[in-house]
Design a protein around this ligand. Structure first.
Ligand code: ADP
Ligand code: ZN
Ligand code: ZN
Length: 740
């Protein structure tokens, strides 16, 4: 028998099948989905590969498969092949998403299972390690890795990080690492102590939604639902009861939530309804060991529910019965690195092939999703009322131009000032939202207009006051503050733009007695401090929480009655066809944080564009009007959902090669795709034309990406891959999150 094998390689050129003979002794053991070792090219090393088809004979002279590693289910292989085509990437890259985290060979899997062996831990807290004394880059890298991933065996570390055993041992000798012979349980929920929660009696609306989805579960039928309901309308309660139903039918459920809302509060809600043995959690903050064990609990059918971020869609359930995607409009469901997949599209594929329903939930659905619901491709189920009868908050829009006109130059309008003061007096809590971190967001010379940019990226540096440094938010470059203009030697360097650090300082000045806590990437550093900040805010009744995007999602603070949006304009002015949609979503979500229980909530939105319809609609939290206005604009301008935006990115250090290769691809695409009604625009530098010293170019094309178009585009790309470009990386992103 002959197996068609895909080699495990990132090289785009190798993304094709190779034939191998299956040796007699493995004939009963190798299936579609087997991970095998095969001799390749120079015979010296064995390469890993995946069997994607088995057939009787081949026209080629072939070598034999050298060994079998493990078997993956066939449906996973089908999914990976579909993804590779759809997302213009290698099959093996897609298969990797479906393998148990942290396993590379069978041998190692055995070791992982045997819990009585030695595990590596930091001997001193990471923050206290004296990095001056550690010379080797490998050692530094290893410590960084272990900061998040303690409790692995040396073999695991070796295979995951490719750091040698000797490196680990030398750090053990230096007493920076230690070995412990402890049996550990790596269930991330093990320390949770949660009271059991009771099922609520559903409201009429909830019941209707529940029953429609229940029917699809009972009938083993794929159907896609949009559960459309304002924040607090009881969507989560519907999810919980649907999952309960699924488990009773002896099936499992996947529930995706945005990474950022995988908060303890959210997980508690599930653990209180189901037992912690039944719930598995998957997200990026877990160590590889923890992820490995959660994956195993799912595989062994111990866990029946997984709550996780995007990649949890690949959780290895055998008998999946339901997929739920909460806050389905969230950008994090689309991967920004290869494979650039959309978890929602993957969910539909799985739903269709397993014949199970997919539920998308949101208060502010993705415009595409809502459009599909209007067209009848998705079943819309609406929850129009808040479940606990709390009122929607009262939203006021403040025009910052008018504030300036009456002489208020501060970033806090008079109205917001009064309301904050009132809140402090009444011992109620306030959240202030500003979507920029740091202190000042750009630095300019007043004499010559020179702005300070990162030397590696074509991006303004941000001033961070806490450590008095300039930082690049793209590559992490930091440098000392500048007092003399590098361009004209003037000393009139000025700092502009407001970040959360400056806001915090100003609030301190304006309200010296108030307690304040700040949450952004700079304050959330250690493993749990996200949780700690939120708990402190809640339990110690801190007056004011200042934060970026992080404060927006999913949290439930009964005592928060005021939310202030410092500047709603940031996302409006972006060069992105989704600017209105992003603005509306974020404002509606921020507003949803106020007055979630008995206390009425107030929201104040400050803006320079009070007449923007996205801002006006968020005042009433009126998605329908927003949708009806925006969809007309999209149609006029021919943007999604009326077409797809294809972006082909080129990046590298050699400008000539980038120019030549992108022009070559442009010409190929024009020649082959224009007859399919795809408009291809010439290759040109991206808006941010340099990141981490790599130049960036792109081709944009607009049109409907049909399966046929996908095949042709894949062929055009194969053409350029065959050229073996030396310096240039190429990627394709369809409807990218980030157009910069
Ligand atoms: P969403 O997920 O839409 O934001 P939740 O499910 O979190 O809404 O519900 C909001 C609040 O209403 C929660 O405090 C929840 O306990 C309560 N709630 C939900 N459904 C019901 C119900 N049927 N009866 C009473 N209270 C409910
Ligand atoms: Zn200057
Ligand atoms: Zn940079």
């Amino acid at each position: 028998m002959i197996a068609e094998v895909i080699i495990d390689s990132r090289a785009k050129k190798l993304n094709r099948k190779f034939d191998y003979e299956i040796p007699k002794n493995l004939e009963d053991l190798i299936f579609v989905g087997s991970r095998v070792l095969v001799p390749f090219a120079n015979f010296k090393t064995l390469e890993q590969g995946y069997v994607i088809r088995i057939k009787e004979k081949t026209d080629f002279e072939v070598k034999q498969i050298a060994g079998l590693e493990e078997n993956l289910p066939e449906d996973k292989i089908n999914l990976a092949r579909w993804m590779a085509r759809k997302y213009f990437t290698n099959v093996s890259e897609c298969i990797k998403l479906m393998l148990t985290p942290g396993t590379k060979s069978k041998d190692q899997e055995k070791r992982v299972k045997d819990r009585t062996i030695n595990f590596v831990y930091l001997n001193i807290p990471y923050e206290e390690i004296d990095f001056e004394k550690i010379r080797g880059e490998k050692q530094k890298k290893l410590l960084q890795f272990l900061k998040k991933n303690e409790g692995l065996t040396i073999s695991e570390i070796e295979s995951i990080t490719e750091v040698s055993r000797a490196t680990v041992n030398s750090l053990i000798d230096k007493k920076i690492l230690k070995i412990e012979n402890k049996k550990i349980d790596r269930n991330p929920l093990i320390n949770k102590n949660v009271q059991t929660g009771k099922k609520l009696k559903l409201t009429e609306e909830q019941k209707e939604a529940y029953q429609a989805i229940e029917k699809a579960i009972d009938e083993n039928r794929y159907e896609e639902f949009l559960l459309y309901g304002v924040t607090g309308s009881g969507k989560t309660e519907v999810y919980l009861q649907l999952i309960e139903k699924t488990i009773k039918a002896n099936k499992s459920a996947i529930m995706l939530v945005p990474e950022i809302s995988l908060t303890p509060q959210m997980i508690d809600r599930f653990v209180s309804r189901f037992s912690k043995e039944q719930v598995a959690v998957l997200h990026s903050k877990l160590s590889i060991g923890e992820r490995h064990d959660e994956w195993e609990r799912i595989k062994n059918n111990d866990a029946k529910i997984v709550i996780g971020a995007r990649s949890a869609i690949f959780a290895p359930f055998e008998n999946l019965g339901l997929i739920i995607i909460d806050e389905e409009h969230d950008m994090s469901y689309k991967s920004e690195g290869a494979p650039r997949y959309s978890a929602k599209e993957v969910a539909s594929f799985i739903g269709k092939s397993k014949k199970i329903p997919v539920v998308l939930g949101s208060a502010t659905p993705d415009l595409n999703t809502f459009y599909n619901a209007e067209k009848g491709r998705i079943t819309k189920l609406s929850l129009t009322k808040r479940a606990n009868n709390s009122k929607l908050p009262d939203v006021t829009i403040v025009d910052l131009k008018q504030e300036l006109a009456v002489g208020n130059k501060s970033m806090i309008s008079n109205l917001l000032y009064d309301e904050i003061e009132n809140n402090i007096k009444n011992k109620k809590q306030t959240i202030l939202f500003l979507n920029r971190r740091g202190y000042s967001t750009f630095i300019m010379c007043r004499d010559c207009g020179y702005t300070l940019k990162c030397p590696n990226c074509n991006i303004s540096l941000t001033y961070h006051r806490t450590n008095n440094l300039l930082k690049c938010h793209y590559c992490g470059h930091t440098q000392k503050v500048v007092t003399i203009c590098p361009n004209c030697n003037s000393t009139k360097i000025r700092y502009f733009g407001t970040g959360t650090q400056k806001l915090e300082q100003e609030i301190h000045k304006l309200f010296p007695r108030a307690s304040i806590i700040r949450m952004d990437i700079d304050t959330v550093t250690k493993k749990n401090s996200h949780e700690q900040i939120l708990n402190t805010f809640k339990n110690e009744n801190i007056d004011i929480l200042i934060g970026t995007q992080m404060v927006v999602k999913g949290h439930h603070f009964p005592n928060v009655t005021l939310v202030g949006v410092i500047a709603a304009d940031g996302s409006l002015n972006q060069d992105d066809f989704r600017a209105n949609e992003k603005t509306f979503q974020i404002l509606t979500q921020v507003a949803g944080r106020a007055g979630r229980e008995k206390l009425p909530g107030k929201v104040i939105i400050q803006t320079y564009n009070p007449n923007s319809f996205a801002i006006e609609c968020s005042k009433e939290q009126n998605y329908d009007i927003f949708y009806n206005t925006e969809i007309i604009l999209r149609k006029q301008l021919k943007y999604p959902p009326f077409c797809d935006i294809i972006m082909i990115g080129f990046s590298g250090e050699n400008e000539k090669e980038i120019k030549d290769s992108s022009t070559y691809v442009y010409n190929l695409m024009r020649k082959n795709l224009e007859k399919y009604d795809i408009k291809v625009f010439p290759a040109m530098p991206s808006p941010i034309d340099k990141i981490q010293n790599k130049l960036r170019w792109r081709i944009i094309a607009k049109g409907k990406v049909t399966p046929e178009v996908t095949i042709i585009l894949n062929k055009c790309l194969q053409n350029i891959y065959e050229k073996n470009l030396k310096y240039t990386g190429i990627y394709v992103d369809v409807n990218p999150n980030n157009m910069m």
